[in-house]
Design a binder for this molecule. Structure first.
Ligand code: ADP
Length: 415
């Protein structure tokens, strides 16, 4: 056991040279793992005690200069946990009582009985070792209590944040869903009134157009909520395949601009860039960045989509020259339900739930990439999606991978 291997240092103090020689011999002969130091005066002993943490101190009571009782009171001040055994002369009962009242661990009568001495010393050493252990355990316990305290604080903070997010969620969702529903209700009432008046064709046509718009808006909101909940519960799966990002963007942009009747110009179309992605999800990210660029810039201004290749990465940027975002807001725009306060939608649909960029970031991160943004109020924004390139291990020639940034495709949409 550790205790047995432990070398207990003890100090014996006595002005009697014979005893100072005999007692260490007794200890050496009868006790294991005890290291004895000796000194012949209380003053010298005090110096040693200041420097060393003894497991026990044995001292004669009667010594010239400072006596054992005074030494005991100094030991209590410097080393309150160190047990002190005092040696008193036979018949000095008064001194023995004084020693015990003064806090001595025990007293030993002269002439010293070896067995009694060894037993008392053994007990003193064990007491000291136990008290050391108690201190260590108290320290370990208080450290543990502190770390538990920190954990509770952290969890409480997380719960408070989660609760606040839930409240925010309920407020935003109920508010956002109410407006398309109110529209739908208004439209159906209007259609019924028009039908009663006999103006069926016009009423039904206009009503259906408006209803379709409200339904699409509700669909987008519900899809954003569904995506967010999939991400929160880690049920979000990617269906990845190698594909050419240039071609994906070309098709996506041409579809998007055709459906929204926007002008699309292709200014450069270079070599393919292979990526290993979920086409649907990355398309969702690009559409989200495009619709934000449209929402937050005025009609007639250009939106530029650029594809660059840089070493092992691909950079897909969507740049607008719209309202821009203040610097202090940039760290927050990828958070759930975050919408920059005071920024008005410039074109098209009103602002959404503040989930689009959160979902986009999660999708890109799941692909091993990240999203960056540069923006300045009044000057516009540039969102960059950085994705790892797909490197076909059977075709790779290391010299092909150039760290230089190379622009592969540029499109401009005027909206
Ligand atoms: P939202 O549905 O509100 O557009 P997003 O998560 O897509 O939610 O965007 C979060 C917020 O970031 C927006 O409400 C808007 O304030 C700001 N934002 C996003 N894109 C742009 C942009 N291109 N220009 C200026 N502000 C933007």
């Amino acid at each position: 056991m550790d205790e047995e291997r432990y070398n207990s240092p003890i100090l014996i103090v006595d002005d009697d040279a014979a005893l100072l020689q005999a007692l260490p011999q007794v200890v050496d002969l009868r006790m294991k793992n005890v290291h004895v130091e000796t000194c012949d005066s209380a003053n010298h002993a005090l110096e040693l005690i200041k420097e060393n943490d003894y497991d026990a101190i044995v001292s004669d009571v009667k010594m010239p200069g400072m006596d054992g009782i005074e030494l005991l009171s100094h030991v209590h001040e410097i080393r309150p946990d160190t047990p002190v055994l005092l040696i008193t002369g036979h018949g000095d009962h008064g001194l023995a009582i004084q020693a015990i009242r003064g806090g001595a661990y025990d007293y030993i009568l002269k002439p010293i009985d070896r067995d009694t001495f060894v037993a008392a010393l053994q007990r003193a050493i064990q007491t000291r070792q136990l008290s050391r252990k108690v201190v260590e355990q108290q320290l370990a316990l208080s450290l543990h209590a502190k770390s538990l305290g920190r954990l509770v604080e952290k969890r409480t903070h997380e719960l408070v944040v989660a609760n606040a997010t839930k409240d925010k969620f309920l407020t935003i969702v109920s508010h956002e869903l109410r407006s398309p529903l109110t529209n739908l209700k208004g439209m159906t009432q209007l259609m019924r009134r028009q039908l009663e008046k006999g103006d069926a064709v016009n009423a039904v046509h206009q009503g259906l157009v408006d209803m379709e718009r409200s339904i699409s808006r509700t669909e987008v909101l519900v899809q954003d909520l569904l995506d967010t909940s999939l991400m929160e519960t880690n049920l979000f799966e990617l269906n990845r395949h190698p594909c050419d990002l240039v071609e994906l963007c070309r098709n996506l942009l041409s579809d998007y601009t055709r459906r929204s009747i926007l002008q699309l110009n292709c200014e450069l179309l270079g070599d393919p860039i292979e990526v290993d992605i979920d086409r649907e999800r990355i398309s969702q990210v690009v559409i989200n960045l495009l619709s934000n660029a449209r929402k937050y810039s005025t009609r007639g201004t250009p939106i530029t989509i650029t594809l660059q290749q840089s070493g092992y990465e691909v950079i897909l940027s969507v740049r607008d020259v719209g309202v821009g975002i203040p610097q202090e807001e940039l760290p927050h725009i990828f958070e759930q339900f975050y919408r920059v306060p005071g920024i008005e939608v410039q074109t098209g649909n009103r602002s959404g739930l503040g989930l689009g960029l959160f979902i986009a970031r999660k999708i890109v991160e799941r692909h091993g990439g990240h999203i960056e943004v540069q923006s300045a109020p009044g000057q516009g924004s540039n969102f960059s999606v950085i994705l790892p390139r797909y490197i076909d291990p059977t075709r790779t020639n290391e010299t092909e991978i150039q760290p230089i940034t190379h622009t592969q495709a540029v499109w401009t949409i005027t909206h």
